[in-house]
Write a protein that binds this ligand. Structure first.
Ligand SMILES: [Fe+2]
Length: 526
């Protein structure tokens, strides 16, 4: 495996000018913020899992055809504590740390009671999210860290629980045309009956002058009870259509009893997740106005999903596109000891890996208890997806496979919640890190790829041309790293229509492979 993924990254705190070849469109003005793990050892201590690495923030700023880059480690409380101790002292998802290695079970228990599991880390390494005019580094815990999107300074951490009753929240919210943000979380303990919660943060409630956060305007807009009281589903994202939220309650579950005792028993939080291959997947369709789930019980075969592609409504159906797996082995692949194997050993060791498959599910909103049993209720003609009414009145959904071997999906977000034709993503082959990107045409079922030998592109991000009317009129941005010392890291700019390179901005500094990002248009962008 390529050692570049697991080596420690470094900061470039002041902006450096990239060397541009080709032509970055002059209309492309703004900053692409990105986030991901960048530090895997501190002193003599090492993390076990790639998703445990300390968050490293990156920014690529586009101005009049020029590109500047900078990066900074997120100054989370976790980072500060680790740096002060010169070793890892905070437990992460795949790495368990006792503050005092000599502590006995009694003192461990006391420490545990003082630190409920979700409070262990605020190492927000997954994504950048916007609430109102506030930007945060985000992961899947109750803490998020506000950042300055220009300087990448960490402003300070915020606890969701100061604003809304939940223990965990996703790092993949949705945004509407008015700039409102929607997200989902899980209320496990201390807030009445356990439930999944959907919340909205209005666009206009930040007051940066008075340092008042947009989160103070948060509103709960819906909730869904757990299918199993002590084992809620893990979820990484959700979908939104014009009138509904769609939540996939998958059989990848969090064992609350295990979670609550993990620290005392000396097991990692990651070991509290379990895929129940004998349980079905439930699809909850929640009315955005009432916050209530529609009464039809939609279900399908067991699957694991991390990322949704898009969802929309058409002729009384919800069309739901997501990246699914047949098991949860993806998480296992990212253990650092696994990633450091020779490529041939890695491939051998990960033969059980279930590749990502883009599946389209179609949920008929017109299904009702009198619908004929055994009939396919999907009337759309451009999909092989089926939804069959069962004897008990539930609806079994069978997907249409759109594409195989793609993760980190992206769309023209102006088409989020709308009927769309194209999605983009990273092609996964021998590595858990993608070495190609693809554009997929859902109508023709054809795809085109970008590839360069020995190069690893990040998640693609679509930015629309000013005034664009065509869905793929714009550019694709991707941060590319390479183990080849002769290839500087670069920001790749592709024409989204042809998927061909129009520019690359080579960065004269270290850049690390990351996870997700967010493009902020310049204030004066058209
Ligand atoms: Fe993600």
């Amino acid at each position: 495996m390529q050692s570049i993924f697991t080596k420690n990254g470094s900061e470039t705190p002041e902006p450096v000018n990239a060397v541009v070849t080709g032509c970055v469109p002059s209309w492309l003005r703004g900053t692409l913020l990105r986030n991901g793990p960048g530090l895997f050892s501190i002193g003599d201590s090492e993390y076990n899992h790639w998703f445990d690495g300390m968050a490293l923030l990156h920014s690529f700023t586009f101005t009049n055809g020029e590109v500047t880059y900078r990066s900074k480690f997120l100054r989370s409380e976790t980072y500060k504590r680790n740096m002060k101790a010169e070793k890892i002292v905070v437990t992460e998802f795949g790495t368990l740390v006792y503050p005092d290695p000599c502590s006995n079970i009694f003192s461990r228990t006391l420490t545990h009671l003082r630190n409920l599991v979700p409070d262990f880390t605020d190492n927000n390494l997954v994504n950048i999210v916007r609430y109102g005019g506030d930007y945060y580094a985000s992961s899947e815990v109750n803490h998020i860290n506000q950042i300055d999107p220009v300087t990448l300074e960490t402003i300070g951490r915020t606890n969701y629980r100061n604003y809304i009753s939940l223990n965990l929240a996703t790092a993949h919210p949705h945004y509407d045309d008015e700039g409102n943000t929607y997200n989902m979380g899980t209320a496990i303990m201390g807030f009445g009956l356990p439930k999944y919660i959907i919340f909205k943060v209005p666009a206009d409630t930040s007051d940066n002058r008075k340092k008042k956060l947009a989160l103070r305007g948060v509103q709960q807009v819906g909730s869904v009870p757990f299918r199993s009281l002590l084992s809620p589903s893990y979820f990484h994202s959700f979908a939104m259509t014009q009138n509904h939220f769609v939540f996939v309650e998958q059989p990848l579950k969090l064992d609350i009893v295990k979670l609550a005792t993990a620290y005392v028993r000396g097991v990692t939080l990651g070991s509290c997740l379990r895929f129940d291959e004998d349980q079905t997947t439930l699809f909850h369709v929640i009315d955005r106005t009432t916050g209530k789930a529609v009464s039809t019980r939609f279900y399908g075969d067991p699957l694991v999903v991390f990322h949704h592609v898009n969802a929309y409504e058409e002729d009384g159906h919800v069309v739901l596109d997501l990246i699914s797996y047949q098991n949860s082995n993806l998480y296992e692949m990212f253990y650092i000891h696994n990633m450091r194997q020779e490529t041939s050993s890695f491939i051998q060791a990960n033969k059980r890996f279930s590749p990502p498959v883009c599946q389209r599910f179609v949920l008929p909103l017109h299904a009702h208890t009198e619908s004929p049993r055994g009939s396919n209720l999907v009337t759309l003609t451009d999909t092989a997806a089926a939804a069959v009414m069962q004897e008990d009145g539930s609806v079994y959904c069978r997907p249409d496979t759109l594409f195989e071997g793609l993760e980190l999906p992206a769309i023209n977000y102006n088409f989020n919640a709308k009927k769309y034709r194209y999605f983009y993503g990273s092609r996964l082959e021998w590595s858990p890190h993608p070495n190609k990107m693809a554009k997929v045409d859902i109508v023709s079922r054809k795809h085109v790829e970008w590839f360069q030998e020995n190069c690893f592109p990040s998640e693609p991000v679509f930015v629309a041309s000013p005034g664009a009317t065509e869905e793929d009129d714009g550019v694709i941005l991707s941060s590319v790293v390479s183990p080849d010392p002769n290839i500087s890291p670069f920001m790749l700019v592709l024409d989204a229509k042809t998927f061909t390179e129009i520019a690359r901005a080579s960065i004269p500094a270290s850049v690390h492979m990351d996870l997700h990002g967010h493009f902020i248009p310049a204030a004066n962008a058209v």
